[in-house]
Design a protein around this ligand. Structure first.
Ligand code: ZN
Length: 295
């Protein structure tokens, strides 16, 4: 009989690193470490793992990005161009592997959350799914057969282009690369800039901002459905805390698809097809734990 395997997980975020050791949601020791400089943060992370009585056999990292996820690349695990400038070029995989001498697997934070939902939340049994987060930025994780879609880089669903009717919406968009891509039109920052408010959450439920937001996000959902045909789409993030928004998205997705897809999931039961995250535990860190199990 083999011994019970203990795994390590790190959800590496811009404001904190959540570290964990254990086997699953019922057996997890976690610690939150404030994100400061790379050196200070990484040494605290390593200290957390070395101070545990049980040694982990592998570590999974769900990381803010963009990150080099190509295992064959010489810079695998490196943070490529983070807005947190001092983290640019930091190779978390290398640092952790060297210090702890265990295999390390890295993926994006949103893929981590998608894996967490897949294993423990709303998407259980749905092997092909998309997870979109709409907050300060817009990110998207894509799982195919329960694993993140491999490719040149991770997916960047937030920067897809969506129709922008300048007569209806004169705001030019705020993505520094593309101006009016999805993120440039529909992130929390785009909402506050467009409507001249401090926080998107200050706008009342009946503000026209939400109809427009729901339309842009529906364009994104339609593009995702048409290109990836996922079994379920989970949409979360701070902006989706706005109650009426999901309904507006549902309404517009049906309208835009116009009956084209012969799918009951879309035509009859879209409320169970495009859904909010359902898992209220630490989906990101549990996703990272699953990554460790995949090494
Ligand atoms: Zn963009």
């Amino acid at each position: 009989m083999s011994e019970k395997q203990i795994y390590g997980a790190i959800e590496a975020g811009g404001t904190s690193f959540v570290c964990a050791v254990g086997t699953g949601p019922e057996d997890l020791i976690t610690k939150e470490i404030t994100t400061t400089t790379p050196n200070e943060t990484v040494s605290k992370v390593i200290e957390f793992f070395t101070s545990q009585t049980e040694k982990v056999s592998a570590i999974g990292v769900a990381c803010f990005g963009p990150v080099d996820l190509n295992v064959n690349s010489p810079t695998y695990g490196q943070i490529l161009s983070s807005p947190k400038l001092d983290w640019n070029g930091v190779n978390l995989v290398e640092k952790i592997q060297q210090a702890l001498k265990v295999p390390v697997k890295i993926d994006t934070d949103v893929n981590g959350a998608a894996i967490g939902e897949y294993r423990h939340g709303a998407a259980q049994g749905k092997n092909n799914l998309v997870y979109v987060t709409v907050g300060t930025g817009i990110g998207g994780g894509v799982l195919v057969n329960g694993k993140s879609l491999p490719g040149l880089l991770h997916t960047e669903l937030g920067h897809m282009f969506v129709p922008h009717d300048i007569n209806q919406d004169s705001f030019g968009g705020n993505c520094p690369y593309h101006a009016d891509c999805l993120e440039g039109l529909a992130s929390a920052g785009a909402i506050t800039e467009r409507w001249g408010t401090k926080k998107a959450s200050d706008l009342p439920d009946d503000h026209q901002a939400w109809e427009l937001e729901g339309l842009y996000l529906a364009y994104a959902m339609v593009n995702i459905i048409l290109t990836l045909s996922p079994e379920i789409i989970i949409i979360g993030g701070g902006v989706l805390k706005r109650k009426p928004l999901l309904k507006i998205i549902h309404k517009n997705v049906k309208k835009l698809l116009n009956g084209y897809l012969p799918l009951e999931a879309v035509s009859e039961d879209i409320e169970s097809y495009i859904i909010l995250p359902q898992y209220h535990g630490p989906a990101g860190v549990l996703g990272a734990l699953e990554l460790a199990k995949q090494t």
